[in-house]
Design a protein around this ligand. Sequence first.
Ligand code: HEC
Length: 140
Amino acid sequence: MRPRRWSFKRSPLDARSTREGVFFVGSQQIRLLIWLASGLLCGSLVLADELPTPSLERSRELIRMVRQDCGSCHGLTLRGGLGPALLPEALRDKPPAGLKYTILFGRPGTAMPPWKPFLSEAEADWIVAQLLRGFPEESK
Ligand code: HEC
């Protein structure tokens, strides 16, 4: 009696668990697909939102230029000198477009020179974005 009941109890359990197993795997795969798709979507949104980034070599040049050339007036730590501080706290409330045009065209009547001959607009945008987030140090 006992062994028969046991086997009777067992088989429907197995069948159910097998069905659950199949169902589980199916939903996992769908979840994986959704996850992949949303990852791609977010990735492309983030990329679309990002500024064009200069090449590694060019960004090194730009960092060096800002630290050395801009630093000669704005202070080597960008805390201000002849020119005002270029730290995130100092620039936070100023419109980024204005900062970009100040860099590209200078401020006539002040010591701030135009950098248009040396920078593209995208590069000036990039410098402003870096200044606003805390300008990177030169890599040695
Ligand atoms: C010869 C000195 C000098 C050099 C070099 C110089 N600046 Fe300036 N900069 C100034 C002065 C002075 C001002 C303030 C102008 C004014 O009175 O409005 C200024 C203003 C600015 C401003 C506006 C700041 C604000 O608070 O509105 C930015 C941004 C700026 N400079 C970025 C740069 C960058 C980036 C470089 C290098 C690519 C650079 N400057 C190089 C002298 C200089």
